[in-house]
Design a protein around this ligand. Structure first.
Ligand SMILES: [Zn+2]
Length: 292
């Protein structure tokens, strides 16, 4: 059964949300401007590849950058019986689904159990395997590490930040000419622009959307912008800064500190359940999306 977002927030121990997010005009205008630059409208060619190679790249990335801990795997047996085993997240079963229109489709199958709390049933990836797949897989592995670490994320709206940053770091090292990274950027800036417009419409009451839709859209928009603000620090940072960011992500994923503290080092992050969240691209992020 799929839980309503407010119930999920409670089960995950996040702070409750009273206000839906309304993007400010500064963000809306910048997103629209950046999404319409030629450099971001150009679609790089992305090739298909073998799943074994994609998985190899994700494993190599985590091996080189991060510690990983075991995560709760819920095994379904016959007659509605379950058992739980702690496994390496790379040992969670992978299921392939056909999503021809969503090349980066990925999901972490999550169950909220009374007995064991949050558990995972596996990871879903697109049947069409491309050069993006290793990044999507890294994104879902990151979710499993964060979601099994209570307190790693305090606010629902920041749920996607670290998964997105890991996706971007991996994309940035896969190809020296940034072909895959730029394809990621085009996709995301388009997503940010669209979410800005939809949330504005939602706020005006012009759209037939539920509170859940508004919460999910708010989460992706806030997480996308904050992830890029953090990634731009990494991208333009010295080796020392890059190491520092990776070290902090490592700690958050393994139960020391939380995402909000890490973000707070680099940007203003007022609590999102208050009115008037200031969400803008940092000057470095704007520069990043304009790079030639
Ligand atoms: Zn995600």
């Amino acid at each position: 059964m799929t839980l309503m977002v407010d119930e999920q927030i409670k089960k995950r121990g996040y702070e409750p949300i009273t206000q839906l997010f309304v993007p400010n005009s500064d963000l809306v205008e910048t997103a629209s401007y950046l999404a319409n630059l030629d450099i971001n409208k150009r679609m790089n060619r992305i090739y298909q590849m073998d799943i074994e190679d994609a998985i190899f790249d994700t494993r190599a990335f985590f091996k080189a950058f991060y510690r990983i801990h075991n995560v709760p795997y819920l095994i379904r047996k016959k007659f509605n019986r379950y058992s739980l085993r702690m496994v390496n997240p790379f040992d969670l079963p992978i299921y392939y689904e056909n999503h021809p229109d969503e090349i980066c489709y990925g999901a972490l199958i999550t169950d909220f159990t009374d007995r064991w709390g949050i558990t995972f049933g596996g990871i879903v990836l697109n049947k069409i395997v491309t050069e993006f797949t290793s990044c999507t897989y890294a994104h879902e592995i990151t979710h499993s590490l964060l979601d099994s670490t209570r307190g790693a994320i305090r606010e629902y709206y920041n749920e996607e930040v670290i998964s997105l940053v890991n996706e971007l770091i991996l994309a940035s090292i896969l190809e020296s000419d940034e072909r895959i990274l730029r394809a990621e950027d085009s996709r995301r800036i388009f997503e940010i622009d669209t979410l800005c417009k939809e949330l504005q419409d939602y706020h005006r009451g012009a759209m037939d959307k539920t509170r859940d839709d508004g919460l999910i859209d708010s989460k992706y928009l806030i997480s996308d912008v904050r992830a890029y603000n953090l990634f731009a620090e990494y991208y333009y940072g010295s080796i020392a800064v890059q190491r520092h960011i990776v070290d902090k992500i490592n700690k958050v994923m393994n139960g020391e500190g939380n995402v909000e503290e890490l973000l707070g080092e680099f940007m203003d992050i007022p609590a999102t359940n208050n009115e008037g969240v200031k969400l803008i691209f940092s000057p470095k992020t704007t520069k990043y999306f304009k790079r030639g």
